[in-house]
Write a protein that binds this ligand. Structure first.
Ligand code: ADP
Ligand code: AMP
Length: 216
């Protein structure tokens, strides 16, 4: 099962990808997580990406294509994957098609997470992440057991640098300008399913299980 999660920042893609990863045993491939680790580790790629990420702009395609292309070649991605945050423009979608074609594979379904801007601001301003294991929390909707501490590895939780209201609004614009054309791109291929991502996390997961069941 090869899935793409498409939707604006804060729609809940990462939260659901982790649940689906556990449920179906296929890896979440999150370009944003991979880039944040490259920034923390100060790799050449991370140093190049940082300024774009801090502004809320897309990093150049050659950076994300290299990262995701390499990741898709790994053993655990053979049986399927959930792409979370990639592709984010038409060039990336075409690059992905080429990589998969070389592997004799194809995307089974693209899930579009539909959510409004006010909800996104509420979700992203309360988001906290674990810099070690990438777990995602929310101060109200999904608080950790101990305030400010990851349930899984006890690391101190962080607020992402790009989760400020100004940068959130910019990322939402970038989504509309550069990423939303992918809705039509995949609709024309008959691959798109839209889900209501305004619902609770459990309800969204139920919708996804139904979609994944249909895609198997
Ligand atoms: P994305 O990966 O699409 O950017 P996240 O999964 O990181 O989004 O979710 C953004 C924030 O919203 C997180 O703080 C997360 O805990 C919270 N969240 C995710 N899904 C829901 C939901 N269905 N209802 C309320 N809050 C949610
Ligand atoms: P995310 O964790 O998905 O919200 O991504 C955080 C940031 O990483 C984005 O605002 C971009 O700067 C960068 N990023 C992640 N994925 C991509 C991608 N596919 N293409 C370009 N930039 C990306």
């Amino acid at each position: 099962m090869r899935l793409i999660f498409l939707g604006p920042p804060g729609a809940g893609k990462g939260t659901q990808a982790v649940r689906l990863e556990e449920h179906f045993g296929i890896p979440q491939i999150a370009s944003g997580d991979m880039l944040r680790h490259a920034v923390i580790e100060r790799t050449p790629l991370g140093l190049k990406a940082k300024e774009y990420m801090d502004r809320g702009d897309l990093v150049p395609d050659d950076v994300t294509d290299a990262l995701v292309g390499e990741r898709l070649g790994m053993k655990d991605a053979e049986k399927g994957f959930i792409l979370d945050g990639y592709p984010r423009n038409v060039h990336q979608a075409e690059f992905l098609d080429e990589v998969l074609e070389e592997q004799g594979a194809r995307i089974d379904r693209v899930v579009r997470f539909e959510v409004d801007e006010a909800e996104i601001i509420a979700r992203l301003s309360g988001r906290r992440i674990c810099p070690v294991c990438d777990s995602v929390y929310h101060v109200v909707a999904k608080p950790p057991r101990t305030e400010g501490v990851c349930d899984l590895d006890a690391a101190a939780l962080l607020q992402r640098q790009d989760d400020t209201e100004e940068t959130i609004r910019h990322r939402f614009e970038v989504y509309h300008e550069q990423t939303s054309p992918l809705i039509q791109f995949y609709e024309l291929q008959g691959l798109l399913t839209t889900i209501n991502a305004m619902a609770t996390a459990d309800e969204v997961f139920d919708q996804l299980r139904a979609v994944a069941g249909e895609s198997r």
